[in-house]
Design a protein around this ligand. Structure first.
Ligand SMILES: [Zn+2]
Length: 164
């Protein structure tokens, strides 16, 4: 039987996906850990990694090349982190596993569709109707109420999270 594996992106961690609790294997890349670490509140992810509940993996160079090539053809821009998550999904699929990206980030959802990789959102549909959202910069922590995609201070790609 193929292993079911969740691949966690930063938006999943920010949106409150509890790492290591789902009944499937979970993996992420170092860049997500770095981004989550900047948010201070996401020690939970590090704890899960230390406890061996979430693995940290590095995608193969060939999968990274495949992602760059295909994304380049679409004209989309993609962060290094997102490219690595997609490449990791390709590696896992190649190995016969069933990877699923856990993300609330629309741009990576679109790219996952492009590669035929399945994904799930963190926010439950019933909840997203009553929550309002804000955009947060994973690099510098600035918060924006407007739906913009890039941090005006440092240029990082923003991620969406429920407004607190
Ligand atoms: Zn920023």
């Amino acid at each position: 039987m193929p292993r079911r594996i969740y691949i966690l992106d930063t938006s999943a961690v920010i949106a409150g996906f509890v790492p290591g609790l789902a009944d499937v294997e979970q993996v992420t890349v170092q860049e997500v850990l770095d981004e989550a670490r900047d948010l201070c509140s996401k020690l939970e992810l590090e704890t899960a990694v230390v406890a061996g509940k979430v693995a940290v993996a590095e995608p193969s160079r060939s999968a990274m090349a495949e992602v760059s090539k295909k994304v380049g053809q679409t004209g989309d821009r993609i962060s290094e982190t997102d490219a690595k998550l997609l490449a990791l999904a390709l590696d896992l699929r190649q190995a016969g596993d069933e990877p699923k990206l856990v993300t609330d980030d629309y741009s990576i959802q679109n790219l996952a569709r492009l590669f035929g990789i399945s994904y799930r959102r963190v926010a439950m549909p019933g909840i997203s109707e009553v929550l309002t959202w804000e955009m947060v910069c994973p690099a510098c922590g600035r918060v924006y109420r407007a739906t913009i995609s890039q941090c005006e201070a440092c240029g990082s790609s923003l991620v969406r999270r429920p407004r607190r």
